[in-house]
Design a protein around this ligand. Structure first.
Ligand code: UD1
Length: 422
């Protein structure tokens, strides 16, 4: 295993280029197996999760080639319909293959994805939606087994106790585009990654209306064509670098950040008293010595993203006053709190709320990464902590940030990746 050794206290300066979106890439890669022909995807980030998805596709029988952020997928050889535990357990996002497999091949066997450190991750909405489209689903020895003779369009209410579900929406859209007749999805997720998936499918020949709103209408088509497509930039990576600029009190330019996708973050930074300079596809961080505490509630898009909650918490550890973060998407997603406190933060938890009392500075210590975004939060904290911060188990970061330490080091951070001696 590897760890990061971060020398805190360095200012950042220069430009960071944002990679393609991980969460848009995964469902689009999955959807490409529905094409009659080869698909070429550009701007695919070179990440562990993408490699896991490619491995699953290869296991199913698809041919793939991944070079220089371009992924070619030829699904014509697919002969297997099982996603085994070894893959699904390392990447819960692989569930987005369920809809495409059922739509195109009418059968799928999927290991149940289980929980993870950010809390329970049910799939009831995926199953409910697929059943409505005429798919029989059973649970056999830890596997969800789905089959159908014919998919039929239907009206589906896809809201759950925590609002909409991104990947359930992706699965149902994929299944519905090849179903007979019309499907209406009410309470669909509005995330930009869903819009990107819909744009991709429409280019393949699908008929989708209303993506980006809670009401999506789909007219089923008989077939989809293989196409060439470019993935949108990653809004969570963008937000992480924006926060890296502000927390280190530095001026950096984040190139390729689609600001339309980041307004909830920009709004909170402005509320904290910071100036944010931005255009359509870039952000420049304007440094300031102090910022005010703010209250944040994570919500589905366009609300404040749960995937930026941990990084925002690092930023608020040194704000003036007491901040409050309420986590409404994954109420248990607070595993980073203990680690931030080891670095000198003053955070207490009360159920799904975190109360963050601003301190003057953080101090380097040994901490452990626990999930993807929590790891990014620890890196942000390490950038400002006095002295040395050691972060172990950084393999979590490699799941979702392309060249993370390289991009940060290029603009002045001092992060070393070293082997952990056990
Ligand atoms: C996606 C993102 C993840 C992000 C999350 C929320 C990918 C690969 N992952 O995950 O990074 O944190 O959206 O923005 O795109 N829920 C149910 N029943 C279900 C499905 C979900 O109750 O069948 C609940 C979840 O437990 C959670 C909430 O709905 O409380 C939102 O989860 P969901 O949008 O489904 O997350 P993912 O799509 O898995």
């Amino acid at each position: 295993m590897e760890k990061f050794i971060i020398e805190g206290g360095n200012k950042l300066e220069g430009e960071v280029e944002i990679s393609g979106s991980k969460n848009a890439s995964l469902p689009i890669i999955a959807a490409s197996i529905m094409a009659d022909g080869k698909t070429i995807l550009h701007n695919i980030p070179d990440l562990k999760d993408v490699h896991t998805m490619i491995k699953i596709l290869n296991y199913l029988g698809a041919k793939t080639k991944f070079e220089n952020n371009t992924l070619e997928i030829d699904p014509s050889g697919i002969y297997q319909f099982t996603a085994p535990y070894e893959f699904v357990s390392t990447m819960r996002g692989s569930i987005c293959l369920l809809g495409p497999l059922l739509a195109k091949y009418k059968k799928a066997r999927f290991s149940m994805p289980g929980g993870c450190v950010i809390g329970p991750r049910p799939i009831d909405l995926h199953i409910k939606g697929l059943k409505k489209l005429g798919i029989e689903i059973e649970n056999e020895e830890g596997y969800i087994v789905g089959k159908t003779t014919k998919l039929k369009g239907n009206k589906i209410f896809l809201g759950g106790n925590f609002g909409s579900s991104v990947l359930a929406t992706a699965n149902i859209i994929c299944a519905a585009v090849l179903a007979e007749g019309e499907t209406i999805i009410e309470f669909a997720a509005c995330e930009p990654e869903i819009v990107d998936l819909a744009n991709f499918l429409k280019k393949m020949g699908a008929k989708i209306y209303g993506e980006g709103s809670h009401l999506i209408r789909i007219e089923g088509v008989k077939k989809l064509n293989g196409i060439e497509y470019k993935i949108i930039p990653d809004r969570i990576e963008s937000g992480t670098y924006i926060l890296a600029g502000y927390i280190t009190k530095s001026k950096i330019k984040i190139e390729g950040a689609i600001t339309q996708h980041l307004l909830s973050l920009i709004d909170k930074l402005e509320e904290a008293g910071l100036e944010v300079y931005y255009g359509e596809d870039y952000v420049v961080t304007i440094p300031k010595e102090k910022w005010k505490a703010v209250e944040i509630t994570t919500l589905p898009f366009p609300g404040f993203p749960t995937d930026l909650q941990a990084q925002m918490m690092s930023f608020l550890t040194i704000a003036d006053g007491i901040s409050l973060i309420t986590e409404k998407v994954f109420p248990e997603r607070f595993i980073h709190v203990g680690e931030l406190n080891r670095l000198g933060a003053d955070i207490t938890l009360d159920g799904s709320k975190a109360i963050i009392k601003g301190v003057n500075n953080l101090k380097g210590a040994k901490v452990m990464a626990s999930d993807l975004r929590a790891s990014a939060a620890l890196v942000l904290a390490g950038l400002i902590a006095e002295g040395i911060t050691e972060i172990s188990r950084i393999y979590h970061l490699d799941r979702g940030y392309e060249k993370f330490e390289e991009k940060l080091n290029n603009i002045g951070a001092k992060i070393k990746r070293v082997k952990e001696v056990s």
